[in-house]
Design a protein around this ligand. Structure first.
Ligand code: DGL
Length: 277
């Protein structure tokens, strides 16, 4: 099939910086496409906000991404995937944006969790919003009805990471506390999903408080492989994605603040543009 020349990047959305950990892995796996990242830093974190608010914010940002030419958008944010994705896919897209596609990060992770546990007891760590939505429990049960899912909200982790305090002793206190709370629910948990795209930054610290037998699943690579699969299964969408290897970054807050912190998440320096909401 013939390549189109219109700029139609793949959109990657997060409340702030976390989605950059996913974008990094997607670009490694699928370098040929154009990507447009949007972080809603002006209103982050989303983790403690209501369903209605996360839905409204996410939909508003999606409209901006569609306006900028994105035909396919990944919600690289568990909180938005948990609280807004279903309504957007079922209600908004069919009504208002028939040709647009929006995917989340929860499904690709839950589809494969069964390969990582022997005891059948798995843990999920996430923001209060993701955990209270129960999305992981529902999705895992759909694919693996026999697996028991234990969840733990970690409300302090994103603020510690966003404020660049994740290497401090204060961060250790909260990481240790939440890990113990999870393992106290079921000591034989042997696989844990990092259900927030910010958490890869503290992966080593989390590991240091876990017994060696526990496998930790970080979403970046899993979502990148999921997207690769999706594009193979949907050639009609793949053909629409432009392929000039460009990357652009937008933030709803100050670009300088975004650029200063973004490299921590993306691993390279970034120069962003401002998106006025
Ligand atoms: N990184 C996001 C997630 O995966 C959300 C962080 C937040 O805004 O609270 O859930």
């Amino acid at each position: 099939m013939k390549k189109k020349s219109i700029y139609q990047p793949i959109g990657i959305f997060d409340s702030g910086f976390g989605g950059l950990t996913v974008l990094k892995e997607i670009v490694k796996e699928l370098p040929q496409y154009d990507y447009l990242y949007l972080g809603d830093n002006a209103r982050a974190p989303y983790g403690f906000r209501s369903f209605e608010t996360v839905y409204d914010y996410t939909l508003e940002c999606l409209k901006h991404l569609f306006d900028k030419g994105c035909g396919l958008v990944i919600l690289a944010c568990n909180t938005a995937s948990a609280k807004a994705l279903r309504t957007i896919q079922q209600k908004d897209l069919p009504l208002l944006f028939k040709n647009k596609r929006v995917l989340g990060v929860i499904r690709p992770t839950t589809e494969i969790i069964g390969n990582y546990t022997r005891t059948g007891n798995v843990g999920v760590l996430g923001t209060s919003g993701t955990i209270s939505s129960n999305s992981y429990v529902v999705e895992i049960k759909r694919f693996f009805p026999k697996i028991n899912v234990f969840q733990q909200a970690c409300p302090m982790w994103v603020p510690l990471i966003e404020n660049n305090e994740f290497k401090s002793q204060g961060a250790d206190f909260f990481i240790k506390k939440n890990i113990s709370e999870l393992l106290n629910q079921e000591p034989s948990i042997d696989a844990i999903i990092l259900g927030c795209t910010h958490y890869p930054l503290i992966e080593d610290k989390i590991k240091s408080y876990l017994p060696d037998r526990v496998q930790l699943l970080s979403q970046g690579k899993i979502v990148a492989n999921g997207l690769k699969d999706y594009l193979i299964r949907h050639p009609e969408i793949e053909i629409e994605c432009s392929k000039n290897k460009t990357l652009s970054f937008f933030t709803t807050d100050l670009t300088k603040t975004f650029d200063d912190s973004a490299s921590l998440f993306y691993g390279e320096s970034i120069s962003s543009n401002h998106l006025h909401l």
